[in-house]
Design a protein around this ligand. Structure first.
Ligand SMILES: CCCCCCCCCCCCCCCC(=O)OC(CO)CO
Length: 288
């Protein structure tokens, strides 16, 4: 249903990056393509549960960020400053979208969406932010812990930490089968060092500026949709109102019985809410 493609990019950083992405549907004139950006230590796969509930008339693309999933050519520098933003810009340009896009990001992916929209406002028609880290003013204990260098709450390295992480990030009664656990340790454990570096770099460079980035979005006139889980222990739900107030044409939805991992806890509800928002914000209006 969702064929994978690899987009080859000559990067701004001499090395060559390949962004792997999957796609459903085709570009439609007068309608934005929906581009999905996953969170830290995640991949395009996380969106499949959402995309399967998006009507076939929409064009959907879910990407693997550098250093994640099946994208190739990771370079630490991608997470320094706005390099990942410029890489995405190159990638989007290659895809020749007909209309300004609808950028949807979860968690760290939401911060990336915000950074992209402030840097390239004309490429973006609509943004959807799913519980992005709201910045230093709204820090949870869990995020403080991460910032101080204790990563196991989202990057577990033992079985015990893995169970605790799943329990704190999701409200769903996930049955941690041996298969699921084995898969995690097989795919994540060997990249733990790389993931830790990504976090360190993000905390050092872009995290302290998140407040400023979000404030710049204030001058953005494109419709913004904010989604949060009421039980989010990683990104404080107070961030939802903060962002909703900051953004001029924004709407907010908070899911009950939903933790930080919205795509795990509320996939169908997320798809429905996004489509509903799109249909209530006709595209021609957003371009005025
Ligand atoms: C240009 C580079 C990017 C700059 C982004 C700067 C700010 C984010 C850094 C901190 C991020 C800390 C929390 C991330 C949580 C998360 O993403 O959760 C995943 C599960 O792990 C959900 O899918």
């Amino acid at each position: 249903m969702l064929p994978c493609r690899i987009g080859l990019l000559k990067s701004i950083l001499k090395s060559t990056a390949r962004i792997c992405y999957c796609e459903k549907g085709v570009k439609v004139a007068g309608q934005p393509s929906l581009i999905f950006i996953h969170g830290f230590a995640s991949s395009k796969r996380t969106w499949l549960s959402v995309i399967k509930h998006i009507p076939h008339t929409y064009h959907c693309i879910a990407i693997d960020l550098p250093g994640h999933g099946e994208s190739i050519g990771f370079n630490e520098e991608y997470y320094i400053g706005a390099n990942v933003i410029d890489l995405l810009k190159q990638f989007f340009d290659k895809l020749h979208f007909i209309e300004p896009i609808c950028l949807i990001g979860e968690s760290m992916g939401g911060s990336i969406v915000a950074m992209f929209a402030t840097k390239y406002p004309f490429d973006v028609g609509i943004i959807c932010l799913l519980s992005p880290p709201p910045g230093e003013e709204y820090e949870t204990d869990l995020l403080q812990q991460l910032r101080s260098g204790t990563y196991h709450s989202i990057l577990p390295e033992t079985l015990k930490q893995y169970h605790a992480a799943v329990k704190s990030l999701s409200e769903k009664k996930i049955r941690l089968t041996r298969l699921l656990t084995k898969k995690y340790f097989k795919t994540h454990l060997h990249t733990v060092n790389q993931y830790q570096r990504i976090l360190q770099i993000a905390f050092e460079h872009d995290y302290p500026n998140l407040g400023e980035t979000y404030k710049q979005l204030k001058y953005h006139t494109c419709p913004a949709f904010i989604i949060w889980g009421r039980e989010d222990k990683l990104c404080h739900p107070a961030g939802a109102q903060y962002l909703a107030k900051l953004l001029s044409k924004s709407e907010l939805i908070i899911f009950d019985d939903c933790g930080h991992l919205i795509t795990v806890d509320k996939p169908e509800e997320t798809a429905d809410a996004i489509i509903n928002f799109l249909e209530r914000n006709p595209y021609y209006e957003s371009r005025l």
